[in-house]
Design a protein around this ligand. Sequence first.
Ligand SMILES: Cc1cc2nc3c(=O)[nH]c(=O)nc-3n(C[C@H](O)[C@H](O)[C@H](O)COP(=O)(O)O)c2cc1C
Length: 228
Amino acid sequence: MDKSFHSVRKQFVKSVLRESQVDKDPLLQLELWLTDAINSECPEPTAMVLSTAGIDLKPSSRVVLMKDLDVQGITFFTNYESRKGQQLRDNPHASLVFFWPRLERQVRIEGTVSKVTEEESDAYFASRPEASQISAIISPQSREIPSREWLEKRWQSAVGSKQSAVETHIYVSVGSRQLAAGSRPSNWGGYRLVPDYFEFWQGRAERLHDRLIYQPDESGWRIFRLAP
Ligand SMILES: Cc1cc2nc3c(=O)[nH]c(=O)nc-3n(C[C@H](O)[C@H](O)[C@H](O)COP(=O)(O)O)c2cc1C
C-alpha cells in the first residue's frame, strides 16, 4: 500500500470549545455554528452526511442538504422511494454529520426521522427552480436506469410537456402520471430528524480536541465532555 497518506495531517488551532461558551439548547448552538460556517464561506455549509440502516442493519451514508432548522428538528428533502427513503421507512433511526474543515469543526447528531407535513413539502417544492422541480419529478432516484440519454430524454420531454401545459393551463405528463403543472410528486418531500444526541467537536492542537455532548435529561439537555 502507498504510505504517502500517512503524512497527511495538520494541526487544528483555529478555536476552542468551552462548556461556559455554548448555548444550553443544542439546536441553537448548531444554528450558531451554521451561521459561522456560512459567514466563513465554508463550501456547502449546509451539507450533511445522513446515515441510515434498513432491516438488514447495514449502514449507508450520503450527503444531503439541510433545508430547515427549528425547535422541531432538522429538515432535508429527497425522494421517498430512494434507498434512504426505503431504509427510513423500515428504521427511522438516523444520524447526521456536518464537517466544516475551514473551521476545524464537526457536529454529530442522532435521532428519529419522520416525514414533514404535505404542506411543508409543497411549500419547499414550489420554492425550487423549475429545472430542479422537473429533475425531482422525472428521476426515479436510486433505481437502475438504462443510460444517461434515457434520463435526458425524460427530462426534455417533461420540459416540453410542462411548456405546453403552461400554455394550455392544464397538466404535465410524466411517465404514466399526470401532474398538475408545478405540483410536487407524492414520492418526493421532506423528512425531519428529531434529535436525541449531539456532539460538537472542535479540533485542537496535538489532537487534544474538544468534544461536548448534549443528551436529554429532566431539565432539558445535559452537557458533558468526552475524551478526544
Ligand atoms: C453536496 C450534495 C448535496 C446533496 N443534496 C441532496 C439532497 O438534498 N437530497 C437528496 O436526495 N440527495 C442529495 N444529494 C445526493 C445524495 O448524496 C444521494 O446521491 C442521493 O440522495 C441518493 O441516495 P440514496 O440512494 O442513498 O437514497 C446530494 C449530494 C451532494 C454531494
